[in-house]
Design a binder for this molecule. Structure first.
Ligand code: ADP
Ligand code: ZN
Ligand code: ZN
Length: 727
């Protein structure tokens, strides 16, 4: 036969029987990483050449091999390190190679013909390369940049602060860490960001083409980071030298940004978890901010963890990775443990910044013992009084409640009917402003009924509280307060409902920053990362739930959230120095003696982590063990569990060597058992050996496919979640 064969990754789900790679032929040899369009069924799809094949592979029906339709060779091929990353992620997270590759590539690439692609690439490459140079561009007119040595940064253009001694020490430690992964544990306000920036500056300065990846957990944190990076580094990288990669971009925007990064035209890359899968020309540093944040874990499709892939990528490329947090994940904390007499140290380095910049003190904890207040108290009197005093002093308050909507359920006082979602084992939440009941699991919405659907009574009342009701209550209690400047106190709610429209969050945040708002009410959304200046008091209204949750990570998440929230307060060092009152974190609890709150009062992350790790070690939980969750959705709970049981039984019968090291638990329903009419069951796999668990999962895959094929007709979905974050 004439020509060459190539193994090509296309988007075929792991569940299908088709193998990982498909074979196509072409007149010339195609190097791995080449983008191609190939026929698949009746469609033309994007593919990535994964490997060259021998011209005559044994057992191959050459006539049946289809030719490559087009080669998208206007760009350099995807590099070997990217192919290796995708290969690793696919194996580790138990997904198809092509599926992970297509997740990583911008979706708009899928419909580019070779001609269109060539045009687009030419356009991106037309941007003058000079902008990507090492030397800062000439200082803008009017900007003083005198007698700077050639090649050295222009101080006037940079306007960077002088590092504190603590920052200086951290920066030096990071520089000397070489290609290692370092956990930068710094309390909120310790100036981690500035350390990241100055480390980045050195990388930019050291070479003409080095690229830096900054990962942030949420899209809404990207604008402030982008502004910061541009303000600081535009002299090096140009006014549009920061590539942004997140799911909020249009497909074409994402394509252009991806391309600029792939071609090395943009040296700074800022993004959410998906950015870790980008293709870089020369990646030289990865910074993962708020590394503990659960948003780094993808929760559908390939369930990868961006922080973990960042660490893998850094190791593979031999470039440094810096993980920053005030409340590291217990995994990273453990992985950065110093060596002791009994135990070897973790593989990461650890650098600590315990002090705030300017010495500002952290928020003081005020516990409100809710056992001393009437049962239906939402905001205890002392808390309201403290908030009033703060607002009158010109400060802002932040009130946290991790439940959006007006009330979690509507209830009939006459017959006890509750607003259950017909499709889920969950209540429909009362949304008063939009006059609807809405299920937060499947989205099912109905108007709020006037009469009970069951008995006809009009005695319907919301039960429990959400952010919407809290806002109403605060409006009643404090919204009538006349402030010094004559205005009335303003209450603003920030949660997923109030920020659904594009630009709404930015507008809300700007209001807070401007000081137009005195009280911000919201979900955890407001506790993350925002540098609010005038917050003097933060209150968690009802945080106890996490103490009783079945998920062993719930306390870790609560502690992180409250520390983050406390970190929002008292950030204005100048105000504090002028004798401003110390910032406070208020917690309303029925468990005032709980060790979590005691550690919180001391702002003692290491103490909290030590206790948690000891518990995890005793219970045999991560980071001392590795977990994978096998999930099945079916029409009935019985069918879902039977599927899992059948697979587990088949695995047991196979007696794989790895099975000795893997504990297989019994199938159980998920905490929310039914969603959108699908019954959900899960089975936990656990091992002290990551390798054994991986081997077990790889062997399990064909059994899952087989069981799926043999299952009776009807709904049956399965998935594997490796290193699941919720149990
Ligand atoms: P973190 O990220 O650790 O919570 P930030 O980086 O937000 O802390 O820093 C807290 C505040 O201190 C920011 O307003 C920042 O601009 C300021 N800051 C950081 N480093 C310095 C410094 N060396 N000198 C003066 N101000 C600084
Ligand atoms: Zn009723
Ligand atoms: Zn529902």
């Amino acid at each position: 036969m004439s020509g060459f064969l190539a193994s090509v990754a296309v988007d075929v789900p792991f569940h299908s029987a088709i193998g990982q790679l498909l074979t196509y032929r072409h007149t010339q040899q195609l190097v791995p990483g080449t983008l191609v369009r190939v026929p698949l069924g009746h469609r033309q799809v994007l593919g990535v050449v994964w490997a060259e094949q021998q011209a005559t592979a044994a057992g191959l029906d050459e006539e049946a091999v289809k030719p490559v339709s087009e080669v998208l060779d206007a760009t350099v091929p995807l590099r070997a390190d990217w192919l290796a990353l995708i290969d690793f992620a696919a194996r580790y997270y138990q997904r198809a190679l092509g599926e992970v590759a297509m997740t990583a590539l911008p979706s708009a690439l899928q419909d580019q013909t070779a001609t269109q692609w060539a045009k687009r690439v030419a356009k991106v490459l037309a941007v003058p390369k000079a902008r990507a140079g090492r030397r800062p561009a000439q200082a803008q007119q009017g900007q003083a940049c005198v007698s700077a040595p050639v090649g050295a940064p222009c101080r006037a253009a940079l306007r960077k602060p002088v590092l504190t001694a603590q920052q200086q020490a951290a920066l030096q430690a990071l520089q000397s860490a070489g290609a290692a992964t370092t956990l930068l544990h710094g309390v909120t306000g310790s100036g981690k960001t500035e350390v990241f920036l100055q480390l980045a500056e050195q990388v930019l300065q050291a070479s003409d083409d080095a690229q830096i990846l900054f990962l942030v957990p949420e899209i809404n944190l990207t604008p402030q980071w982008q502004a910061l990076l541009l303000e600081r580094f535009a002299p090096w990288v140009g006014a549009d030298g920061v590539a942004v990669l997140h799911s909020g971009l249009t497909p074409v925007q994402r394509l252009n940004e991806w391309l600029a990064v792939h071609q090395g035209r943009k040296r700074l890359v800022l993004g959410t978890r998906m950015a870790v899968l980008a293709s870089f020309a020369r990646l030289a540093l990865i910074v993962v901010d708020e590394e503990h944040d659960a948003s780094y874990k993808q929760q559908d499709g390939p369930r990868y963890h961006a922080r973990d892939l960042a660490v893998w990528r850094g190791r593979q490329l031999g470039v440094p990775v810096v993980l920053g947090s005030a409340t590291p994940s217990l995994e990273s904390w453990y992985n950065s443990r110093p060596a002791t007499a009994e135990e070897a140290g973790g593989g990461y380095r650890r650098v600590t910044m315990p002090e705030r910049v300017g010495g500002g003190s952290l928020a003081a904890l005020r516990i409100v013992d809710m056992r001393n207040h009437p049962r239906d108290t939402v905001l205890a009197a002392p808390l309201l009084a403290a908030m009033r005093a703060r607002i009158e002093a010109g400060e802002q308050c932040m009130v946290l409640l991790n439940r959006r909507g007006y009330a979690p359920v509507l209830r009939c006082g006459a017959c006890g009917w509750k607003s259950d979602c017909p499709h889920c084992s969950a209540h429909q939440v009362v949304h008063k402003a939009e006059r609807s009941l809405r299920c937060h699991h499947c989205g099912w919405g109905t108007p709020i009924p006037r009469h009970c659907p069951k008995c006809g009574s009009t005695d319907l009342a919301p039960l429990g509280r959400g952010t919407e009701q809290l806002q109403e209550l605060l409006q009643e209690q404090l919204g009538t307060l006349a402030l010094r400047d004559g205005r009335l106190a303003q209450v603003l709610r920030i949660d997923a409902d109030s920020t659904r429209h594009k630009g709404a969050l930015e507008a809300h945040l700007a209001q807070v920053h401007r000081g137009d708002v005195d009280i911000v009410v919201g979900t955890q959304m407001i506790a993350k990362g925002h540098d609010f200046r005038r917050i003097g008091l933060v209150a968690a209204v009802q945080p106890d739930g996490a103490l009783y949750a079945s998920d062993f990570r719930a306390p870790e998440r609560l502690f992180a959230l409250l520390m983050q929230a406390a970190g929002r307060a008292g950030r204005d060092a100048a105000y504090m120095q002028q004798g401003g009152e110390q910032a406070q974190l208020w917690v309303q609890t029925h468990e005032p003696q709980h060790p979590l709150y005691a550690a919180l009062a001391r702002q003692d992350y290491p103490g909290f982590a030590a206790v948690q790790l000891q518990e995890r070690r005793q219970a045999g939980l991560p980071p001392y063990t590795y977990q994978a969750m096998l999930r099945a959705d079916a029409r009935t709970q019985q069918a879902a569990q039977a599927f899992l049981r059948q697979v587990a039984d088949a695995a047991r019968a196979a007696q794989w060597p790895a099975a000795r090291w893997v504990t297989v638990y019994a199938p159980v329903p998920l905490p929310v058992q039914r969603v959108a009419n699908a019954e959900r069951a899960q089975l936990l796999l656990e091992s002290t050996s990551r390798k054994a668990l991986q081997a077990y999962l790889a062997a399990l895959h064909p059994l899952l496919q087989q069981a799926r094929a043999n299952a009776p007709k009807g709904l049956l979905r399965w998935l594997v979640d490796v290193d699941p974050l919720t149990i």
